[in-house]
Design a protein around this ligand. Structure first.
Ligand code: C5P
Length: 236
Protein backbone atom coordinates (compact mmCIF):
# COMPACT_ATOMS: atom_id res chain seq x y z
CA UNK A 1 0.00 0.00 0.00
CA UNK A 2 1.24 3.51 -0.79
CA UNK A 3 1.77 5.76 2.19
CA UNK A 4 -0.87 8.46 2.58
CA UNK A 5 0.03 11.78 4.15
CA UNK A 6 -2.66 13.52 6.19
CA UNK A 7 -1.98 17.22 6.53
CA UNK A 8 -2.84 18.27 10.11
CA UNK A 9 -5.13 21.29 9.85
CA UNK A 10 -4.21 22.79 13.21
CA UNK A 11 -5.79 26.16 12.53
CA UNK A 12 -8.18 28.07 14.82
CA UNK A 13 -10.96 28.66 12.27
CA UNK A 14 -12.26 27.60 8.86
CA UNK A 15 -11.33 31.02 7.49
CA UNK A 16 -7.62 30.49 8.19
CA UNK A 17 -7.84 26.86 7.05
CA UNK A 18 -9.43 27.69 3.73
CA UNK A 19 -7.05 30.56 3.16
CA UNK A 20 -4.07 28.28 3.77
CA UNK A 21 -5.33 25.48 1.49
CA UNK A 22 -6.21 27.95 -1.24
CA UNK A 23 -3.05 30.04 -1.03
CA UNK A 24 -0.73 27.02 -1.11
CA UNK A 25 -2.66 25.01 -3.66
CA UNK A 26 -3.32 22.16 -1.26
CA UNK A 27 -7.05 21.71 -1.90
CA UNK A 28 -7.98 18.05 -2.17
CA UNK A 29 -5.05 16.57 -0.19
CA UNK A 30 -5.88 14.18 2.67
CA UNK A 31 -6.33 16.17 5.87
CA UNK A 32 -6.57 15.64 9.60
CA UNK A 33 -9.13 17.70 11.49
CA UNK A 34 -8.48 17.89 15.21
CA UNK A 35 -10.28 19.21 18.27
CA UNK A 36 -9.28 22.84 17.80
CA UNK A 37 -10.98 23.23 14.44
CA UNK A 38 -13.86 20.79 14.97
CA UNK A 39 -14.90 22.33 18.27
CA UNK A 40 -14.87 25.78 16.71
CA UNK A 41 -16.57 25.03 13.40
CA UNK A 42 -18.61 21.92 14.17
CA UNK A 43 -19.59 19.20 11.70
CA UNK A 44 -20.09 21.71 8.88
CA UNK A 45 -16.32 21.84 8.44
CA UNK A 46 -16.38 18.22 7.31
CA UNK A 47 -19.02 19.01 4.68
CA UNK A 48 -16.93 21.93 3.44
CA UNK A 49 -13.79 19.82 3.15
CA UNK A 50 -15.63 16.99 1.47
CA UNK A 51 -16.87 19.38 -1.20
CA UNK A 52 -13.21 19.80 -2.16
CA UNK A 53 -12.66 16.02 -2.12
CA UNK A 54 -10.36 15.88 0.91
CA UNK A 55 -10.04 12.46 2.57
CA UNK A 56 -10.60 13.12 6.28
CA UNK A 57 -9.05 11.77 9.44
CA UNK A 58 -11.15 13.13 12.31
CA UNK A 59 -8.78 13.21 15.28
CA UNK A 60 -11.09 13.68 18.27
CA UNK A 61 -9.63 10.89 20.44
CA UNK A 62 -12.91 9.85 22.05
CA UNK A 63 -12.79 8.53 25.62
CA UNK A 64 -16.02 7.99 27.55
CA UNK A 65 -18.39 5.23 28.66
CA UNK A 66 -19.13 2.71 25.88
CA UNK A 67 -22.74 3.83 25.20
CA UNK A 68 -21.76 7.47 24.82
CA UNK A 69 -18.88 6.60 22.51
CA UNK A 70 -21.10 4.32 20.42
CA UNK A 71 -23.70 7.07 19.93
CA UNK A 72 -21.10 9.70 19.20
CA UNK A 73 -19.45 7.44 16.62
CA UNK A 74 -22.81 6.81 14.97
CA UNK A 75 -23.14 10.56 14.44
CA UNK A 76 -19.54 11.00 13.28
CA UNK A 77 -19.77 8.13 10.77
CA UNK A 78 -22.76 9.87 9.21
CA UNK A 79 -20.46 12.75 8.24
CA UNK A 80 -18.66 10.51 5.75
CA UNK A 81 -15.20 10.71 7.31
CA UNK A 82 -12.47 8.16 6.51
CA UNK A 83 -10.67 7.64 9.82
CA UNK A 84 -11.57 8.43 13.41
CA UNK A 85 -9.91 7.60 16.72
CA UNK A 86 -10.41 6.71 20.38
CA UNK A 87 -8.05 6.42 23.34
CA UNK A 88 -7.20 2.74 23.79
CA UNK A 89 -7.14 3.53 27.52
CA UNK A 90 -10.96 3.47 27.34
CA UNK A 91 -10.71 -0.32 27.16
CA UNK A 92 -11.95 -3.14 24.96
CA UNK A 93 -15.65 -2.64 25.63
CA UNK A 94 -15.46 1.03 24.69
CA UNK A 95 -13.57 0.28 21.48
CA UNK A 96 -16.06 -2.43 20.49
CA UNK A 97 -18.89 0.03 21.10
CA UNK A 98 -17.08 2.61 18.97
CA UNK A 99 -16.85 0.16 16.09
CA UNK A 100 -20.53 -0.74 16.41
CA UNK A 101 -21.47 2.93 16.31
CA UNK A 102 -19.40 3.46 13.17
CA UNK A 103 -21.04 0.52 11.41
CA UNK A 104 -24.50 1.75 12.41
CA UNK A 105 -23.90 5.30 11.24
CA UNK A 106 -21.85 4.64 8.10
CA UNK A 107 -22.95 6.10 4.79
CA UNK A 108 -23.58 3.21 2.33
CA UNK A 109 -20.73 0.68 2.65
CA UNK A 110 -18.05 3.18 3.67
CA UNK A 111 -17.42 2.49 7.36
CA UNK A 112 -14.73 4.82 8.72
CA UNK A 113 -11.61 3.11 10.02
CA UNK A 114 -11.37 2.97 13.80
CA UNK A 115 -7.95 3.88 15.13
CA UNK A 116 -6.79 3.60 18.75
CA UNK A 117 -4.40 6.03 20.41
CA UNK A 118 -1.87 4.03 22.42
CA UNK A 119 0.46 6.48 24.16
CA UNK A 120 0.59 10.09 22.96
CA UNK A 121 3.76 10.74 21.00
CA UNK A 122 4.52 13.66 23.31
CA UNK A 123 4.55 11.38 26.36
CA UNK A 124 7.92 10.91 28.00
CA UNK A 125 8.92 7.80 29.90
CA UNK A 126 9.48 9.90 33.02
CA UNK A 127 5.96 11.39 32.85
CA UNK A 128 4.39 7.98 32.34
CA UNK A 129 6.20 6.36 35.23
CA UNK A 130 6.68 9.13 37.79
CA UNK A 131 3.65 11.34 37.19
CA UNK A 132 1.04 8.77 36.09
CA UNK A 133 2.53 6.05 38.26
CA UNK A 134 2.49 3.49 35.43
CA UNK A 135 5.08 0.79 35.97
CA UNK A 136 5.36 -0.05 32.24
CA UNK A 137 7.92 1.59 29.99
CA UNK A 138 6.49 3.59 27.04
CA UNK A 139 7.42 0.69 24.72
CA UNK A 140 5.64 -1.87 26.85
CA UNK A 141 2.56 0.32 27.19
CA UNK A 142 2.39 0.92 23.43
CA UNK A 143 2.69 -2.81 22.69
CA UNK A 144 0.03 -3.69 25.24
CA UNK A 145 -2.46 -1.07 24.04
CA UNK A 146 -1.88 -1.98 20.39
CA UNK A 147 -2.67 -5.62 21.06
CA UNK A 148 -5.76 -4.67 23.04
CA UNK A 149 -6.91 -2.38 20.22
CA UNK A 150 -6.53 -5.12 17.64
CA UNK A 151 -8.34 -7.64 19.84
CA UNK A 152 -11.22 -5.17 20.21
CA UNK A 153 -11.67 -5.23 16.42
CA UNK A 154 -10.30 -1.76 15.64
CA UNK A 155 -8.42 -1.23 12.39
CA UNK A 156 -5.18 0.20 13.69
CA UNK A 157 -3.36 2.52 16.05
CA UNK A 158 -1.79 5.94 16.22
CA UNK A 159 1.83 5.51 17.23
CA UNK A 160 5.29 6.89 16.76
CA UNK A 161 6.97 5.93 13.48
CA UNK A 162 9.72 4.35 15.55
CA UNK A 163 7.21 1.88 17.01
CA UNK A 164 5.74 0.66 13.70
CA UNK A 165 7.94 -2.43 13.15
CA UNK A 166 7.19 -3.71 16.62
CA UNK A 167 3.45 -3.10 16.27
CA UNK A 168 3.30 -4.83 12.88
CA UNK A 169 5.15 -7.77 14.39
CA UNK A 170 2.73 -8.05 17.30
CA UNK A 171 -0.55 -7.18 15.53
CA UNK A 172 0.10 -8.34 11.95
CA UNK A 173 1.05 -6.44 8.80
CA UNK A 174 -2.57 -5.55 7.92
CA UNK A 175 -3.06 -3.73 11.20
CA UNK A 176 -2.91 -0.07 10.22
CA UNK A 177 -0.36 2.34 11.72
CA UNK A 178 -0.96 6.09 11.72
CA UNK A 179 2.11 8.08 12.65
CA UNK A 180 2.29 11.71 13.75
CA UNK A 181 5.53 13.18 15.09
CA UNK A 182 6.93 13.52 11.56
CA UNK A 183 9.57 16.15 10.86
CA UNK A 184 11.01 17.04 7.47
CA UNK A 185 14.18 18.07 9.23
CA UNK A 186 15.34 15.54 11.79
CA UNK A 187 16.58 18.14 14.24
CA UNK A 188 13.24 19.96 14.67
CA UNK A 189 11.11 18.41 17.41
CA UNK A 190 8.75 21.15 18.71
CA UNK A 191 6.80 19.46 21.51
CA UNK A 192 6.98 15.96 19.99
CA UNK A 193 9.22 13.45 21.66
CA UNK A 194 9.60 10.47 19.34
CA UNK A 195 10.04 11.96 15.84
CA UNK A 196 10.97 10.55 12.40
CA UNK A 197 11.31 11.85 8.84
CA UNK A 198 8.75 10.77 6.16
CA UNK A 199 11.40 8.47 4.68
CA UNK A 200 12.16 6.80 8.01
CA UNK A 201 8.45 6.39 8.79
CA UNK A 202 7.73 4.82 5.40
CA UNK A 203 10.74 2.53 5.62
CA UNK A 204 9.47 1.41 9.02
CA UNK A 205 6.16 0.42 7.36
CA UNK A 206 3.86 3.26 8.45
CA UNK A 207 0.59 3.30 6.47
CA UNK A 208 -0.56 6.85 7.19
CA UNK A 209 1.65 9.79 8.10
CA UNK A 210 0.28 12.85 9.88
CA UNK A 211 2.27 16.01 9.25
CA UNK A 212 1.43 19.43 10.64
CA UNK A 213 3.95 22.11 11.43
CA UNK A 214 6.70 20.77 9.14
CA UNK A 215 4.36 21.74 6.29
CA UNK A 216 2.15 24.50 7.67
CA UNK A 217 5.09 26.48 9.06
CA UNK A 218 7.43 25.89 6.13
CA UNK A 219 8.42 28.92 4.07
CA UNK A 220 6.90 27.10 1.09
CA UNK A 221 4.20 24.69 2.37
CA UNK A 222 3.38 23.27 -1.07
CA UNK A 223 7.04 22.40 -1.70
CA UNK A 224 7.32 20.89 1.79
CA UNK A 225 4.22 18.74 1.17
CA UNK A 226 5.56 17.59 -2.19
CA UNK A 227 8.92 16.80 -0.66
CA UNK A 228 7.25 14.60 1.97
CA UNK A 229 5.18 12.79 -0.71
CA UNK A 230 8.30 12.23 -2.80
CA UNK A 231 10.27 10.89 0.16
CA UNK A 232 7.54 8.30 0.82
CA UNK A 233 7.12 7.43 -2.86
CA UNK A 234 10.82 6.65 -3.27
CA UNK A 235 10.65 4.04 -0.56
CA UNK A 236 7.90 2.07 -2.36
O1 C5P B 1 2.70 19.74 13.94
P1 C5P B 1 2.83 18.26 14.13
O2 C5P B 1 3.33 17.57 12.87
O3 C5P B 1 3.58 17.87 15.37
O4 C5P B 1 1.32 17.78 14.31
C1 C5P B 1 0.98 16.49 14.66
C2 C5P B 1 -0.51 16.37 14.73
O5 C5P B 1 -0.84 15.05 15.10
C3 C5P B 1 -1.18 17.30 15.75
O6 C5P B 1 -2.43 17.67 15.20
C4 C5P B 1 -1.37 16.41 16.96
O7 C5P B 1 -2.51 16.76 17.72
C5 C5P B 1 -1.59 15.06 16.31
N1 C5P B 1 -1.33 13.87 17.12
C6 C5P B 1 -0.12 13.63 17.75
N2 C5P B 1 0.05 12.50 18.49
C7 C5P B 1 -0.94 11.61 18.61
C8 C5P B 1 -2.16 11.83 17.96
C9 C5P B 1 -2.31 12.98 17.21
O8 C5P B 1 0.80 14.42 17.61
N3 C5P B 1 -0.73 10.50 19.30
Amino acid sequence: MDTTIFLALDFPTWKETEQFLQEHDLKGVPVKVGMELFYREGPSIIEKLKKDDHAIFLDLKLYDIPTTVQRAMRNLAGLGIDLVNVHALGGTEMMKAAKEGLVQGAQSDQTPMLIGVTVLTSMKQQTLQQELNVSFSVDEAVAHFAQMTRDAGADGVVCSALEVPKIKKICGSNFVTVTPGIRLVESSHDDQDRVATPKMATENGSDYLVIGRSITRASNPKAAYQRAVKECFHVH
